[in-house]
Design a protein around this ligand. Structure first.
Ligand code: HSE
Length: 350
């Protein structure tokens, strides 16, 4: 049995619990994955632990109706009020799903991951901080204790962008990764092609919930910068730091620029890129006029896409959702399945 502690019980954490509640039986039957959430700890929604596994329907009903897990019913071995570190260190969970609210510097997520590995537990996180800023330290800490550091959800949510580069394309030499890794800006550029001004397109993206509350993270390219750093480290194995990525956002693009590009047979896209040339690594995030024939040019709306330039395979492009609660919950599940497969076979590529 795999025992999971959820650190953070916001939208993604709740969506993950809902997926396990809905699909738990299928996972057991089809792949022998008996996954139980044994603990939840959230600074706003409270904490509850039950070693044999929480009743997920009761758990989600408490949060839905009362906004907290405090009303979770009494039962054998129910323990309440453990903070996140105590939940990581003191419960019988073997896998920590870290989906806590995190700050730009990556804390408290990085500290939670560190504590989990120090306790010999696997970590799955959808927070970009640990994967971009703490990658070298945390992946070494995981390796030292034979634990898994699952970060699939940090880039393109559940669209398996990391798995594709690291596992499915293994055996190729990858010389370049380029992608549309931010849904907000791609949505805005698409709407500007359809005639909206920049501010109206941004307003729409905010209304639809694509943009961050502080849109600078999206429009100035910070979000995509984190993601290309994750790809470089995880897939290419190069120690790229945020400050090594040349970054420009889309603030200076107008509706007229975008329309002029379309008339000339191309599309403005915010591209994140990393290129490896011998020992040299170059990385950037910025607006690029992409010719219509390029697979990335036709990616519209909030969709994301990534192209791996491979020596044996040539360019391979993957298109899919880049965000969303259910989509990110799927990424967490995908990592959980990989942990199970690794436990069964003793090895894994991603
Ligand atoms: N605001 C981000 C986006 C969410 O628009 O892609 C996913 O990181």
């Amino acid at each position: 049995m795999r025992r999971i502690a959820l650190i953070g019980f916001g939208g993604v954490g709740q969506a993950f619990a809902a997926v396990l509640a809905e699909r738990g039986e299928d996972l057991r039957r089809e792949m022998g994955l008996d996954a139980r959430i044994v603990a939840v700890s959230d600074p706003f929604k409270g904490a509850v632990y039950q070693e044999g596994g929480l009743d997920l329907r009761a758990l989600s009903a408490c949060v839905r109706e009362k906004g907290s897990v405090d009303a979770y019913p009494e039962g054998p071995g129910v323990v309440r009020g453990l903070d996140s570190i105590a939940t990581i260190q003191e419960t019988a969970a073997d896998t920590i799903v870290e989906v806590s609210p995190t700050l730009p510097g990556g804390e408290p997520s990085i500290g939670y991951c560190r504590a989990a590995f120090a306790s010999g537990k696997h970590v799955i996180t959808s927070n970009k901080g640990p994967a971009a800023l703490g990658y070298a330290e945390l992946s070494a800490a995981a390796k030292a204790v034979g634990a898994y550091f699952g970060i699939e959800g940090t880039v393109m949510s559940g669209t398996p962008s990391l798995w594709l580069g690291k596992a499915a394309l293994a055996g190729n030499r990858i010389s370049e990764i380029r992608g549309i890794l931010n849904g907000t800006t791609n949505y805005m550029l698409t709407r500007m092609e359809e005639g909206l001004e920049y501010d109206d397109a941004l307003g729409e993206a905010q209304q639809l919930g694509y943009a961050e509350a502080e849109p600078s993270s999206d429009v100035d390219g910070h979000d995509a910068q984190f993601k290309i750093v994750i790809l470089a480290q995880h897939v290419l194995g190069v120690p790229l730091r945020l400050e090594q990525v040349q970054r420009t956002g889309i603030r200076d693009l107008t509706r007229k620029d975008v329309e002029a590009a379309v008339r000339a047979g191309s599309h403005w896209k915010l591209l994140a890129r990393v290129e490896v040339d011998g020992s040299e690594v170059r990385a950037s995030v910025g607006p690029v006029r992409v010719p219509s024939a390029d697979a990335l040019a036709s990616v519209r709306g909030a969709l994301n896409a990534i192209t791996y330039q491979c020596d044996l395979m040539g360019p391979v492009t993957l298109v899919g959702a880049g965000a969303g609660r259910q989509e990110t919950a799927f990424a967490l599940l995908a990592d959980l399945i990989r942990i199970e497969q690794r436990a069964a076979t003793g090895r894994s590529l991603a």
